[in-house]
Design a protein around this ligand. Structure first.
Ligand SMILES: [Zn+2]
Length: 475
């Protein structure tokens, strides 16, 4: 701005033109011949091409070729490290057996290097599917493993402390996870251990407060976690009310429904972001709505395990009542893929199914939950979620070069119901192009695939794992 003649073009690092630009701003404006200018990490202009383009001289210009440009998707709940064991849990294992039969043996042998290899795969997958920010839900033994993988691929991330629990662990009868015994002393000692990352206002990887939740936290730990989140101005993330079993455990422990209990305890509030929330009883609705809390709706992760939360849950009604709802994938044997567009589509379809009301959620609602909803849920709405001047440049450029993008009558419906993540072409995070024409810019995809495959083979080998041979496999 300094030393510039009035009316002279300003310098920009990146200009995106020829865009069907979905801003997700407060008015939900779409510029059908739009352009966007980025300087450093930040969007400096977003609007009609005729207004934006004459204002800037750009170091680099990308044409969207008339395709959609939209804010990057935000993944509110995942366990990125678990990609190392994607697909290892067969469809035939039950919820009651999965902890002791699979997860505890895995957690008691996996190495940080193996989790790093899986996390690189997870980060690449998210970017390829148009996700530019994710919240790791607090089950990486070494959170820096997640931070390093995210940084290496250029995706924005929020990390929390590992396995903070102090009531019985993941499952009442499951054996102990040796690296993470469920004690109050350990949980309180580690609590807030990732918040140092927030001292840098430009940090790509930030810290939040994570506890495991879902019946695994004492009131003391819940309150300490909420106090720490309040003091640091970050979200408190935990699992809650996934299925009938854990909700019943909570009912017994508290003598009342868990959201009623947690509201009275003072744990709910605008910075509380609970994942799943599939089993919500009538008396829990008001505490949720009145608290201003947020939900990560992980519809595919409910449908995969048949817990009834996707079609029988109250997410759509809570969203309609003004509750902030973002979307999550959970993990590699729950949603199986980290694809927030797919999560949005499944959430919409699940909400409609059985209600006989197809307008309960629309494609626009799916896009809202995937972007501005996720930004609010993760406490980052001042930075991301929409394409407006002052926000960080986290965005997706689609392509029309596939059958599902045609005819272009309703490009939003096309993204949600037809093309899905197949139409993601180029992805920008923090002003930097990190996926270009479907390939990662900063690391080699083949190397990531080989590393993840080798890590899976090593850890599953030590577990004595055998792929279930329901059909003959002939080598
Ligand atoms: Zn989870």
């Amino acid at each position: 701005m300094v030393d510039q003649a009035p009316g002279a073009p300003e310098a920009a690092d990146l200009v995106i033109r020829d865009a069907w630009l979905i801003t997700m701003d407060a008015e939900r404006r779409i510029f059908t011949d739009g352009a966007l200018a980025i300087r450093g990490r930040t969007i400096v202009a977003a609007g009609p091409a005729r207004e934006v383009l004459p204002r800037f001289t750009a170091a680099r210009t990308i044409s969207a070729r008339g395709a959609v440009v939209h804010p990057g998707f935000i993944e509110c709940h995942n366990h990125a490290t678990l990609h190392t064991i994607r697909g290892a849990i067969p469809d035939t294992i039950s919820w009651d057996d999965v902890s002791q039969d699979f997860y505890v043996p895995y957690w008691n042998t996996v190495t940080d290097e193996e989790e790093h290899a899986g996390t690189l795969l997870a980060c690449l997958e998210m970017l390829r599917n148009g996700t530019t920010c994710f919240l790791e839900s607090g089950t990486a033994f070494e959170p820096d493993v997640v931070a390093r993988a995210a940084t290496a691929l250029g995706i924005r991330a929020l990390v929390g402390d590992p396995f903070l629990w102090d009531v019985g662990g993941f499952h009442a009868d499951a054996p102990e996870v040796r690296r993470a015994p469920a004690t109050t002393e350990r949980a309180l000692r580690l609590l807030g251990g990732q918040l140092w990352r927030n001292a840098d206002p430009d940090a790509l990887v930030r810290g939040h407060i994570a506890i495991v939740g879902m019946g695994s936290a004492s009131d003391e730990l819940e309150l300490a976690a909420k106090t720490a989140a309040d003091a640091a101005g970050v979200v408190l993330n935990q699992h809650q009310s996934y299925c009938a079993t854990d909700a019943a455990d909570d009912d017994r422990r508290h003598g009342r429904h868990p959201l009623v209990h947690l509201a009275e305890l003072g744990v709910l509030g605008p910075n509380a972001m609970f994942a799943h929330m599939n089993v919500i009883r009538e008396d829990e609705v008001a505490p949720i709505v009145e608290s201003g809390m947020a939900i990560s709706w992980n519809a595919p992760a409910s449908m995969m395990w048949g817990v009834g939360g996707a079609t029988g849950g109250r997410h759509a009604e809570l969203y309609r009542a003004g509750v902030t709802v973002g979307l999550g994938s959970d993990s590699s044997n729950w949603a199986n893929s980290f694809d927030i567009g797919r999560a949005a589509t499944l959430a919409i379809l699940a909400a409609r199914d059985g209600r006989r009301d197809r307008s309960i959620l629309t494609a626009e609602d799916g896009l809202t939950m995937a972007t501005v909803g996720g930004a609010r849920a993760t406490g980052l709405s001042h930075l991301i979620g929409s394409l407006e001047p002052g926000k960080r440049a986290d965005l997706v450029i689609r392509t029309d070069d596939l059958p599902e993008a045609h005819p272009p009558t309703d490009p939003i419906a096309a993204i949600l119901y037809a093309s899905g993540s197949k139409s993601v072409r180029t992805v920008v995070v923090d002003g930097r192009v990190v996926i270009e024409d479907g390939r990662p810019v900063l690391l080699d995809a083949e190397t990531i695939y080989r590393g993840a495959d080798a890590a899976a083979s090593a850890v599953l080998g030590r577990m004595g794992y055998r792929a279930p041979a329901r059909w003959p496999r002939i080598g």
